[in-house]
Design a protein around this ligand. Structure first.
Ligand SMILES: [Zn+2]
Length: 571
């Protein structure tokens, strides 16, 4: 009897095993192309959505809702959380450990969840969120480029985060502050954020435009850091309930680095932001901004025109000013007089007279511009057009023999036209005065040292192919023949474990053709202007980005972060 039951059980187990084996083999056979294909097949089998986590931003704090041990043992990662509902990525919904952990989440933690299926690679990427990026880790394998005394202490005693916290508790003000600044400069950060919370201070660096968590400092370090910043930037030491700002400089070997500091009172104390004004960011070579060949030729052609206006649009931090500076750099010849009006002057350019406007003392863009035009310039750069008067004088300057460069705050290139009309520019003046409109965004470029090619799922490839098929064929772009792989990065010591290093622009450009001219006189709708610009061969910022991602310059995740959900444009 016992024997029989035993055999029966064995039999059932064997059958089940065999069935699973066959199923697995079928999956392997059918979808041997890539890990992503396998994940996609498993998802189909269980009627669950499949997601490639290389393509969407993963929020570390969400992943950390479940401990590293549980997540890795169960082969899962929490991707979204809305109220009591979680979206959990799993590799295998049938896995015993996975099911057990999910049961616990439901019963013990009282959370609802929905599942999606991801590949092993995707899970590993999500789990990277557990690797707290610490100052210590970021400094590994990097040569000392700072003044020795700034880092000696740090490198002597600190091997891990515990050491760092201990060290910070022991060392004096100057040392903590120097470690923070040294770290920021080493990681090529643009800003240092020091934010007090209830029982700790959060230290973050902005690297290539994105904030990175560095370390939580003990709350008692707060007072010393704040007084150090105040002292250095000549702020009032005894004032802590008012915003203050100032600047100071750091001597670094033979270089002087200027820092702009700002202090703002918050509910847990004063928070500090320090902007590092690095001279290195003056990479003003036009061919390094990331214009594709097609757009580069358009730009070169436009820059040769002696009159008319070139507008660069985009939100704050999209790199508009750098683009304008590189145009000025290109135009800067002994026989050409260039005057700029800026707020503030960000870089000093030799041979160009740069004027800083001060609206509070009456030197507005409009007033400055009136004076500039009387100085007989060939090229005028107006920092930003944001009021009707500046718009009017700029347009007049462009119509009367000057080349005018400026920026507008709009979301896309087509949006510049309704914006100008809104600033009371007559539609009949737009075509004669505007030569071209450029819109741009900045994306981070994949680290050359740790980027890797991988095969995404077929649905991802199909989407990319569809997007590319809708790019106007008269845009004279080189299109990829076939797409088999795209790129991602895992992070290495060279990129401070971020996976990216440096930034590049995404662009969309249209010139004022007859086609556009006609529509401006008939309609003020950005979407109609966009449609005409597409007819003329304009590729969008997102399309430009997707082509750059296929080339391996950046990742699809980054394109999505900066330009939003990837969608297929109408032809
Ligand atoms: Zn790297």
């Amino acid at each position: 009897m016992q024997h029989l039951i035993h055999t029966n059980n064995d039999d059932i187990d064997e059958k089940k095993e065999l069935k699973e084996k066959v199923q697995d083999e079928t999956i392997q056979k059918l979808y041997h192309k890539s890990e992503e294909e396998k994940a996609s097949a498993i998802a189909n089998k269980h009627h669950l959505p499949y997601v490639d986590l290389s393509l969407i931003p993963v929020v570390a704090e969400t992943v950390k809702l479940i401990s590293k041990e549980i997540a890795q043992n169960a082969g899962l990662a929490v991707i979204y959380k809305v109220g009591k509902k979680l979206q959990i990525a799993v590799k295998d919904p049938e896995n015993y450990e996975t099911k057990k952990a999910l049961e616990k989440i439901k019963v013990e933690d009282g959370m609802n969840y929905s599942l999606m299926v991801v590949s092993e690679d995707s899970l590993k990427k999500a789990w990277l969120s557990y690797e707290t990026s610490t100052v210590t880790k970021k400094f590994e394998d990097q040569g000392v480029t700072l003044k020795k005394e700034d880092l000696t202490e740090f490198e002597k005693g600190v091997h891990n985060i515990i050491d760092l916290k201990k060290r910070i508790a022991e060392i004096n003000t100057t040392e903590i502050f120097n470690i923070i600044m040294a770290g920021a400069i080493k990681t090529k950060s643009s800003d240092v954020h020091i934010e007090p919370n209830l029982d700790y201070i959060r230290l973050r660096y902005r690297v290539d435009g994105v904030l990175q968590d560095i370390v939580n400092l003990p709350i008692k370090a707060s007072r010393t850091i704040i007084s150090r910043v105040k002292m250095l930037s000549k702020m009032k030491l005894n004032v802590s309930d008012m915003p203050q700002d100032g600047h100071f400089s750091i001597n670094l070997e033979n270089k002087i680095i200027n820092i702009r500091a700002s202090i703002l009172p918050s509910s847990f104390g004063e928070s500090i932001v320090m902007r590092i004004l690095s001279e290195d960011s003056t990479g003003l070579k036009l061919d390094e901004l990331g214009f594709n060949q097609y757009y580069m030729e358009k730009i070169e052609e436009q820059l040769l025109k002696p009159t008319g206006m070139l507008l660069v649009t985009g939100p704050t931090g999209s790199g508009k000013t750098t683009t304008l500076y590189s145009f000025l750099h290109r135009l800067n010849q002994p026989n050409i007089k260039i005057i700029t009006l800026e707020n503030p002057v960000e870089y000093r350019l030799e041979g160009i007279s740069q004027t800083e406007i001060h609206p509070d003392t009456g030197l507005t863009f409009a007033e400055g511009l009136k004076a500039v035009v009387r100085q007989d310039p060939d090229v005028v750069m107006v920092g930003e057009i944001r009021d009707p008067e500046t718009a009017e004088i700029s347009i007049q300057a462009a119509l009367t023999g000057h080349s005018v460069l400026s920026t507008l705050h709009t979301n896309n290139a087509a949006g510049a036209i309704p914006r100008l009309l809104h600033l009371k520019v007559s539609p009949t003046l737009i075509s004669p005065s505007i030569n071209a409109v450029i819109a741009q965004r900045l994306v981070r470029t994949l680290c050359e040292h740790c980027k890797e090619e991988y095969a995404p799922a077929q649905e991802t490839i199909d989407k990319l192919k569809e997007v590319i098929s809708k790019i106007p064929r008269n845009s004279a772009m080189v299109f990829p023949k076939d797409i088999k792989t795209i790129y991602r990065s895992s992070g290495c010591s060279k990129c401070n474990f971020i996976g990216y290093s440096g930034r590049i622009g995404l662009y969309e450009i249209f010139t004022l053709t007859q086609n556009i001219e006609k529509i401006i006189l008939q309609s003020t709708s950005a979407s109609e202007i966009m449609a005409k610009a597409r007819e003329d061969g304009m590729i969008t910022m997102q399309e430009d980005g997707i082509l750059k991602a296929i080339e391996g310059i950046t990742s699809l995740e980054e394109i999505r972060r900066v330009t939003g959900e990837i969608f297929v444009n109408k032809a």
